[in-house]
Ligand binder design. Sequence first.
Ligand code: SF4
Length: 247
Amino acid sequence: MLGRIHSIDTFSTLDGPGIRTVIFMQGCGLRCKYCHNPDTWSRENPSSKNYTVEALMDIIIKMRPYFQASGGGITFSGGEPLLQHAFIKEVFIRCREMGISTAYDSSLYVSSRIVEKLMDYTDLVLADIKHMNPQRSLELVGVPNDLNLANISLINQKQIPIWIRYVVVPGWTDGIEEVEAMAAFIAPLSWVKRVDLLPYHSLGRHKWDILGLPYELEELRPPPQEKMLELKQIVEERSKKKVVVHD
Ligand code: SF4
């Protein structure tokens, strides 16, 4: 079995607890207007590589002392990692056998059957919420939000810890109404352990030019820190969850 991998960051502190090896999988069906990695969209980007489970495990195993010392592990990201769920399942099974913690970071815009296949082997899900309004979600990322929200509820039901990732995009997702709706949705979900508020920024912008893709958010600037802190307070009050604001 082969996994098509865009890149690997062996030492991340941003993608789950502790020190993590993050595997960025190639391929994504969404088209988020703010995507930092449009070079992961196509399944066949020439700079991506095929890995066997064994080859990837060789890289992961070398990091085990760091995982043990920091409470870290591995995180599959992308692209959309769940498009290659069978490969991920094999890697997760091996990691679990070795006591290595497993996580994935997903839009969750996939069939619930796929999410279920990984449930017995997943320690943490980093779950995007793109937009609470189905039509605005369609406009912003290319799909409505029904599968995304249904899968978050399903993972919560199965009692797997979830960290929500919410990108604050000025004029799109930074409205009080939208943020309150997001907080109200997660408030009753007891396995949502944390919310990460990520400010929109244009990192990766140059990749759109290289790929000849039109970048529609040209005029947008990152939200000011005061706005991020205001939204943090709203989410904390409404959901009673831990909220972390990123730079
Ligand atoms: S889901 Fe992630 S990789 Fe896919 S288009 Fe959106 S931001 Fe980019």
